[in-house]
Design a protein around this ligand. Structure first.
Ligand SMILES: [Zn+2]
Length: 250
């Protein structure tokens, strides 16, 4: 594990401003599977989530979930064609030197190496071994087209990591066409265009994916500071993805 002093200074500086009392609370040491850091994580704010970000790589729970799946399945993203939408820093930093990596955002950003519109992906069919699409689809008005595009560019036998904020409801709620944007955001969250329910896996499956809902047990959630969030792993072309609660299965 190498310490990233610039990120440490930024995360602890921001964390201290947002929630200075966190330094005086009893805290558990955590492990970050993205960068290998061991120690105290940073809270997301005085009324937020305790131990939210890794101070050494800025990973959030969703980044650590993917890192754990990759680690336990011994997946080598450095040698694969990877399409990563709206890239999070921890994975972008790690993969940006892989010539097969496309970190695409809808506009140019520092943590992206391409401009990609998820509803009109400029790559040929079956171009990518892995897709990473974390908390993107809740911002996309035409999510059916976006998911169909993801399916199209994935190679048969490929694997996609999808997550969105999920409400407690069984079904996804799409606002009526005439609902004002303010009201939609009040119900769904800032810049979100719908509220996904527990049927999100079914929505992915409509495009042709086989979907496995991956969760982590209490011991993992404690050790790596994960939320009780589901990661949807989508496969194409009959490949099965059996996820055990713990332990690696090659
Ligand atoms: Zn980290």
């Amino acid at each position: 594990m190498s310490l990233n002093l610039a990120v440490l200074a930024e995360e602890w500086g921001r964390g201290t401003l947002r929630d200075p009392l966190q330094h005086f609370r009893a805290r558990t040491r955590r492990h970050c599977p993205c960068c290998g850091f061991d120690g105290h994580f940073v809270s997301s704010g005085w009324n937020g989530q305790e131990a939210f970000r890794c101070p050494n790589c800025s990973s959030r729970p969703r980044d650590r979930q993917i890192a754990l799946i990759i680690e336990r399945r011994k997946i080598d993203l450095m040698k694969a064609r990877v399409l990563h939408f709206a890239p999070e820093w921890p994975l972008f930093r790690k993969l940006k030197d892989n010539p097969g990596y496309v970190g695409g955002d809808i506009i140019q950003r520092r943590n992206a190496n391409a401009v990609v519109d998820i509803t009109k992906i400029q790559f040929e069919d079956a171009s990518f071994d892995y897709l990473v699409c974390n908390h993107v689809l809740e911002h996309v008005p035409d999510d059916a087209t976006a998911i169909a595009e993801c399916y199209r560019v994935m190679k048969p036998g490929g694997l996609g990591f999808f997550s969105v904020p999920i409400s407690g409801a069984a079904e996804t709620w799409n606002p009526p066409a005439d609902m004002p944007k303010d009201e939609i955001e009040r119900r769904c969250g800032w810049d979100h265009v719908r509220l996904y329910g527990r049927d999100f896996g079914v929505i992915l499956a409509r495009a042709g994916f086989a979907v496995t809902e991956v969760t982590f047990d209490a011991a993992d959630r404690e050790a790596y500071s994960l939320l009780d969030e589901t990661m949807y792993v989508a496969t194409k072309g009959g490949r099965d993805f059996n996820w055990p609660d713990r332990g690696a299965v090659a």
